[in-house]
Design a protein around this ligand. Structure first.
Ligand SMILES: [Fe+2]
Length: 390
């Protein structure tokens, strides 16, 4: 988020004495990115966030990624993955490369510990469910169709109030708003599909004043540890800066529509190193009298394209269902399945909701995802004899 935010109580200047009512000093923490050169925030804790009682190993299941060989388009029916758990241990990896890991999770219980991914930002999409994302920066109530942007290094725990289906993107870098949507001051421009008011910020509750023993699971690109810390991670009295978690609901996205078909960049949401995110929301179709509502066949030769189908009628895709993930790999032309073009003609709007990410390096397939793969998907563009031109 390119905006300055302040929450809670702050001293009048940074890096000066800031005293608690008992006369002790609050513990200032600089939370910075790209060394000391990019977005940062200053947090004020009741007690130092550095008090570590113990560090032990955390044996996470390794993510086994297999090259997409033979190179082809893939389809994963992720509703059938059926792994339940908290927002960390329920993650089922589906696709990944060095820039991004894409997982799904059916979250049916709160995290009984704290979690911190230092290796990069996490971008969570809430397919359905609701609850609270608790973080060092405060609490964000989430609901269906929310994107939750969680900066690298944020200590958090997710507490669902109802069963929650998540799509998780773990980036190796930072998730940002595309530059084309920002002016020279960082403000969102008039023609951006969202505005600052659409972004929900955390609410800072009273700090937790409860020294004890708290488990924080830390992960950083394959290096993991479980910390036991003395002070409650959510003991912040105030913070300010440019680095913090926030929520954006896809239903607030104001889609750009056109006389002719608009390509995915017209539906952009976020960017991250090696990845461009889009959202396809209910919208009016193109208004040229001879417009074809469904997309044209395309070969986007520099990208692997991943779609997650949330709700609505996915009329350009044969065989997909809610929570399907398709991978349209660079090298495999794709487009509407047979019959989809003709049946789309004359339609004026779509109720589909789908999220998309293009990656600029090839994606590999998580070994476990083959258990819920539609292996015939790459054949779904074959015309039946009745549709043949001969
Ligand atoms: Fe595509």
């Amino acid at each position: 988020m390119p905006s300055y935010v302040r929450a809670g109580s702050l001293p009048p200047k940074r890096h000066i004495q800031f005293r608690r009512p008992d006369g002790g000093l609050y513990a200032e923490e600089l939370f910075s990115t790209k060394g000391f050169e990019s977005a940062y925030s200053l947090l004020y804790h009741l007690r130092p966030p550095t008090a570590t009682l113990d560090v032990r190993s955390w044996k996470r299941p390794p993510v086994q990624l297999e090259p997409n060989e033979p190179l082809r388009s893939r389809h994963f029916l992720t509703r059938r993955s059926n792994a339940k758990g908290d927002a960390v241990d329920a993650r089922v990896p589906v696709l990944g490369n060095a820039d991004l890991l894409i997982s799904v999770a059916d979250v049916d219980r709160p995290m009984e510990y704290f979690y911190r991914n230092v290796g990069g930002d996490e971008l969570l999409f809430v397919h359905d469910g609701n609850g609270t994302l608790e973080t060092t920066f405060g609490e964000l109530a989430y609901r269906a169709h929310d994107y939750l942007v969680i900066p690298a290094g944020t200590t958090y725990r997710l507490r669902p109030a109802a069963a929650t289906r998540l799509v998780l993107h773990e980036s190796r870098g930072h998730v940002t708003i595309p530059k084309k949507f920002r002016n020279e001051f960082g403000q969102l421009v008039e023609h951006a599909p969202y505005y600052e008011r659409d972004f929900r910020l955390p609410t800072l509750p009273d700090p937790r004043d409860a020294p004890g023993e708290y488990e924080v699971r830390v992960t950083n690109r394959g290096r993991d540890a479980i910390y036991t810390v003395q002070n409650h991670p959510f003991d912040v009295i105030g913070w300010d800066g440019y680095c913090y978690p926030y929520a954006f609901n896809a239903d607030e996205y104001a889609p750009v529509t056109g006389k002719l078909h608009q390509p995915p960049p017209a539906h952009a949401t976020f960017e991250a190193p090696g990845a461009a995110f889009c959202v396809f929301v209910p919208r009016l179709f193109d208004y040229h009298p001879l417009a074809i509502p469904v997309p044209y066949n395309h070969s986007s030769v520099d990208c692997d394209e991943v779609l997650y189908y949330v709700s609505g009628n996915f009329m350009s895709r044969r065989g997909v269902e809610e929570a399907s993930i398709t991978l349209h790999a660079a090298g495999a032309p794709h487009g509407p399945q047979p019959g989809a073009v003709e049946s789309s003609l004359g339609k004026t709007s779509t109720d589909e909701l789908a999220i998309m990410v293009d990656t600029f390096e090839p994606l590999a397939v998580a070994a476990g995802a083959r258990a819920f793969e539609d292996t015939e998907y790459y054949r779904s563009w074959i015309e039946s004899p009745a549709e043949s031109l001969r």
